[in-house]
Design a protein around this ligand. Structure first.
Ligand code: FES
Length: 247
């Protein structure tokens, strides 16, 4: 009887029985993602101040300079991590809630019956399935980023460690963890199998599953750090900040 009554009542946007601050999480995500998008777009358009000493901004790595390309070199690279993040299973949940309000949160109505809901099986959301291919692209970029970390220890032929070295190392570590904890990567390692051929393979799958449980953590920390790494190098390059040598 209760079910029949609830179904007959027309739900409006935000209808819920939740008493907690359910709107806080989507609001924080909307602000966080929005700020990052604004900064990353601005930094990509600059096309300068992306290098300082042995450091290279991750937004510009690998640095591709061609005579025929008259725009910022960042645009030749950024479509890969941007596509990887935009199609990420976790970010999909975050921005569907924060920007599309569809639904705004668990057990909170988006104000329609959902009769036309087709999930991600039709255009344009079916293209979210391209995520597994962006994973491959992002993995290739990680090799360049780790090579940038190695170069960040080389100060005019001398071994050294600056704050920038630590920033680049932290950034690449977090990006690596973000990729290793990816749902598509977990599927690739063992999620697609019914049984494992050896215990060693199962152990790797267990470790990946463990990282996968914290995918949201790696997603946000790596997002913040990649933005900060670009900002740090930009500030040093513009002479606003001084890179302190630790070793
Ligand atoms: S699911 Fe988030 S990076 Fe793949």
């Amino acid at each position: 009887m209760v079910t029949i009554l609830n179904q007959s009542k027309k739900e409006t946007f935000g209808t819920t029985q939740r008493k907690d601050l359910w709107w806080l999480e989507p609001l924080v995500y909307a602000i966080g993602l929005g700020l990052f998008l604004l900064y990353a777009t601005w930094a990509a358009f600059q096309g300068k101040n992306y290098e300082f000493g042995p450091y290279l901004s991750p937004f510009y790595s690998p640095l591709l300079i061609f005579d025929w390309w008259h725009f910022s070199p960042a645009f030749l690279i950024l479509w890969i991590p941007a596509g990887f993040r935009a199609t990420c299973y976790y970010y999909r949940k975050a921005y569907y809630r924060s920007y599309f309000m569809d639904p705004p949160a668990c057990a909170v109505s988006e104000g329609c019956s959902g009769e036309k809901y087709t999930g991600e099986t039709t255009f344009p959301f079916i293209f979210q399935n391209i995520h597994r291919y962006f994973l491959l692209g992002a993995t290739v970029l990680l090799f360049f980023l780790w090579s940038d970390v190695i170069k960040a220890f080389n100060f005019n032929g001398q071994f050294g460690v600056g704050v920038g070295t630590v920033v680049l190392f932290a950034n690449t570590f977090l990006l690596t963890m973000y990729s290793l904890s990816c749902h598509s990567f977990r599927h690739l390692i063992g999620g697609c199998m019914d049984s494992f051929k050896c215990g060693y393979q199962f152990k790797i799958y267990e470790k990946i599953s463990c990282a996968n449980e914290h995918h949201m953590f790696w997603a946000w920390t790596s997002l913040f750090m990649v933005g900060f790494a670009d900002f740090y190098i930009r500030m040093c390059s513009m002479g606003v900040w001084t890179d302190i040598r630790l070793l």
